[in-house]
Design a protein around this ligand. Sequence first.
Ligand code: CA
Length: 232
Amino acid sequence: MNTKNRILVIEDDKQIRKLMMTSLKSNGYEVECVSTGEAGILALTGQKTDIILLDLGLPDMDGVALIKEVRQWCQAPIIVVSARGEDADKIAALDSGADDYLTKPFSLDELMARIRVAQRRIINAESADETGMEFTNGNLLIDYAAGVAYLDNKELSLTPMEYKLLCLLSKNVGKVLTYTFITGQIWGNSLDSDVATLRVFMASLRKKIEKDTAHPEYIQTHIGTGYRMLKL
Ligand code: CA
């Protein structure tokens, strides 16, 4: 039996707040809505929050600044819901610690789907704590301690770079990772040329783990932004 997930909505647009409140409640979530960044931070310190829906253009502070502050002490998934649709805005929010990004106008079905992804990420993070050194997702298994990955119980023949990339994505399953974050983690810097190299490694990794590379199951591309491993 699941306990109700509690969602905090930080949004200054009254109409959108109302819409989110109604649809989240009818989908079985417990919801709190606030209209300023300050009230959002206060709500987070007061009560356990499972998922945060955040608008970037708030009257008292910028959403990206809020993400940076909150991330210092709160690990709840943050889904940005913003009218800012530029890649640079998405990247700034994701690099600051947001988990996902939805551009307004959005569909409620899409919002619910993103929330379910975030929920699976919470469950996965909890089970990862229990099992420690192993990661399973669909037919994929990674034994971090042994440094080996398996698909359909068969050992994958990965280059060290492909393995590193797979581990990074798996450890952040459900979360969109930006090119800058990935190249920073893998090469320690992030030059434009690294993004091109990353695409090459990603293509070769996909050939090894995806049944159909044109319709990847495990690793999703976010054009202009980065990649995400989906929780199957
Ligand atoms: Ca706003």
